[in-house]
Design a binder for this molecule. Structure first.
Ligand code: NAI
Length: 247
């Protein structure tokens, strides 16, 4: 049962939504009775997501770093629901590596998926939103885009880029478009679980003022609020949701 009446029936695209934060966000918007289409590049995970949340409108195989696949994905969205009201551009990857060991191929891959992917999806979405002079674009950045974190130079650079892209788009398309970058801190998703041992997790938790990771549902709730008409004056911001970690 949702709490934001105005999200009912809204056409929402969420990228990287077969897992983690994106999946929890898709579930939340389905609860809000929105028409939710998810993009992911993992067919098995997409099938699983669709089985778990049968009220999803569709799950499309889209690699967000491919201009052709992104364009085809949005054309399919047009066919399915006739356009888009809210984009949640969320797909991203990270690799933990000391700076001097990062190969150029890795640097390029991280930037291509995390930053180029957000550019490609935002451009497709905003072209459509411009026709209706209304829309919301939300990016998943990270607290790593706000401050330095060792061993993630490429990831941090991509996330900082997203934040400035969000601020710039907010200025370019105000007053009819709202654009924000959500900056989660440590969130308990497969991305974290695969990169951290329990020992590392405990050490991280001890450093967070709230003494724990975020649950993906907590990030999803923030996306729902920001997409709703309860946040009409919030735009051009990088908003941390990190248990006080960057305070
Ligand atoms: P996750 O690994 O659980 O989910 C990411 C999803 O994106 C997966 O389903 C994956 O298949 C998909 N994906 C990856 N590359 C893709 C591509 N090129 N095209 C389409 N789909 C693709 O990760 P999580 O943790 O849910 O991360 C989601 C976003 O949140 C990412 O942008 C990440 O950088 C960001 N984030 C995560 C934090 C965390 O602690 N988990 C903290 C701050 C930000």
């Amino acid at each position: 049962m949702g709490i934001y009446q105005d999200l009912k029936g809204k056409r929402i695209v969420i990228t990287g939504a077969a897992s983690g934060i994106g999946f929890a966000t898709a579930q939340r918007f389905v609860e809000e009775e929105a028409q939710v289409i998810i993009f992911d590049w993992n067919q098995g995970a997409l099938d699983q997501a669709l089985a778990l949340v049968p009220d999803l409108k569709a799950g499309l195989m889209v690699d967000v770093s491919s201009p052709e696949q992104v364009q085809a994905g949005f054309e399919q969205v047009d066919e399915l629901v006739g356009g888009i009201d809210v984009l949640i551009s969320n797909a991203g990857i990270s690799v933990r590596k000391p700076f001097l060991e990062i190969e150029y191929a890795q640097w390029s891959r991280i930037l291509r998926i995390n930053l180029d992917g957000m550019f490609l999806c935002a451009q497709q979405a905003i072209r459509r939103m411009k026709k209706q002079r209304e829309g919301v674009v939300l990016f998943t950045a990270s607290v790593n885009g706000l401050e330095g974190h060792p061993l993630y130079t490429d990831y941090n650079a991509s996330k900082a880029g997203i934040i400035l892209m969000a601020k710039t788009l907010a200025l370019e398309f105000a007053p009819w478009l709202r654009v924000n970058a959500v900056c989660p801190g440590y969130t308990l998703t497969p991305m974290q679980k695969t990169e951290y041992t329990q020992e590392m997790m405990d050490a991280v938790n001890a450093d967070i003022p709230m003494n724990r990771h975020a649950a993906p549902e907590e990030i999803a709730a923030f996306f729902a609020f920001l997409a709703s008409n309860q946040a009409p004056y919030i735009t051009g911001q990088a908003l941390a949701i990190d248990g006080g970690g960057t305070s």
